[in-house]
Write a protein that binds this ligand. Sequence first.
Ligand SMILES: Cc1ncc(COP(=O)(O)O)c(C=O)c1O
Length: 348
Amino acid sequence: MDAVRSGWVSSMGRYIDEFEAVFARYCGTEFAIAVSNGTTGLHLALATLDLGPGDEVIIPDLTFVATANAVAYTGAKPVLADIDPVTLCIDPSSVNSLITKRTKAVIAVHLYGHPADMDSLAAIADANGISLIEDAAEAHGAEYKGRRVGSLSRCGVFSFYGNKIVTTGEGGMLTTNDRAFYKRAKRLRDHAMSSERRYFHEELGYNYRMTNLQAALGVAQMERIDEFLEQRAKIMAWYHSVIPTGEAVRLNKVRNWAKSAFWMVCLEVDSFNEQSRNAFMSELKNMGIDSRPYFYTISSLPMYRQQPLPISLRKSRTGLNLPSFCELTQKDVERVGRAVADLLKQVK
Ligand SMILES: Cc1ncc(COP(=O)(O)O)c(C=O)c1O
């Protein structure tokens, strides 16, 4: 309400500065830049690195389409790597096999809240002189070896869409420790306007600004981020207590070096194929329980179609997300979990 009453309803105002400062401190980076959404954040990061036609950017095949689209907006080519079957994140050995003279960057996506194997990826990026970026849209507060995501590469990119761990309605944030990168990204966010001459624009820039109204929501949300993350961990534990898991039926696995943000509850059943996974989701729907399939692979989409990658394809066709909203109660989760457990008994 203070932001509304202040009259500073667009992208100037104290809540932008405050949100950026709070977010940078939370991630453990020196700088943060608030943007209009996660997709524009990814594009801004790539534009700041001067990517364009002729360049290649390695991304995982299993991710939300925004990761690939942001690369395509620059004119560069998204090159698709397969994923680790446990973390569902980009597989460093697959990345290594795809490096060419044209490779300029790798985007590690911390999918469904689990961090990617950043040390291995950083070693590959360093050895080849290319930039490593984190798409942390789904992973606010997740940790890799005790360090928060967003602080583990040249630049982290977050989303504050309504279903994310922290939301501002729509919104996004870049995090970085690189002062030159920060200054350039901040300028490009605002049409690359000269700091000395108003309305003089030094190069092609964008309007990717966040509003002060959204930033005020963001500041308030950041006061509660620990509570949101604790609640998500509880929801995960409640699911584990009702759904019998083992080798062939799995809920989210977490590597011993990782702390997951548990953005989405992930269910994988080895005997599923695409049809039986979809039938399982329909049965849940009949009981009034919504669920989501894993993302389609990028390589299966018309704009990026290519040979499928085996692990990404298998996960994409057979995985599903159970209700994960952080206001679910133990009773809600137990009801869903029991329905899932009962249906699993019928799965051959
Ligand atoms: C992995 C990933 N990257 C990027 C985005 C894009 O974020 P936004 O919806 O804020 O543009 C999302 C989510 O929507 C996402 O899940």
